[in-house]
Design a binder for this molecule. Structure first.
Ligand code: SME
Length: 138
């Protein structure tokens, strides 16, 4: 049955599984490079609906990761100047890039309602998830 799922359905299942199993993952979603434009487009996600469907490269935590190609862990979102607020309940955020053929093609974005919850274990785990996602995209 798994074989009949589309890529987006599989990505949504990943979001659902992460949100349901890790108490401090409260909004879990994917952003992908929007064609050949210098912007990200929201993909599958779980959590509160967001107005930020399109994010220009450089804007917010997500837009910065699109350019830096690096993990971005934000223990306290109120301490960030270049931050796009989606919900007043969010205290912290982690964004991990997804690489396909060495190219930064998107990212997983996780918001937490818990202050400073993300550790290096989250980074290693989410890097693994992003590698799995990359192979789904091939
Ligand atoms: N906070 C993100 C925007 C996306 S929302 O978290 C869903 C940012 O600053 O890029």
């Amino acid at each position: 049955a798994q074989d009949n799922l589309s890529v987006d359905q599989r990505l949504l299942k990943i979001c659902e599984t992460l949100e349901a199993n890790i108490s401090y993952y409260n909004w879990v979603g994917f952003y992908f490079k929007n064609g050949d434009k210098d912007e990200l487009k929201l993909g599958p996600y779980v959590g509160e609906p967001t107005d930020h469907i399109i994010i220009p490269f450089g804007k917010g935590i997500c837009g910065q990761v699109a350019i830096s190609n690096q993990n971005f862990v934000v223990p306290d979102v109120t301490a960030q100047d270049n931050y796009i607020a989606c919900s007043i309940t969010v205290k912290a955020e982690i964004v991990i890039p997804i690489f396909l053929n060495n190219e930064n093609v998107g990212q997983i974005d996780i918001d937490s309602n818990t202050p400073d919850p993300f550790t290096e274990a989250d980074e290693r785990f989410l890097e693994f998830v992003c590698k799995e996602v990359s192979s789904l995209l091939k």
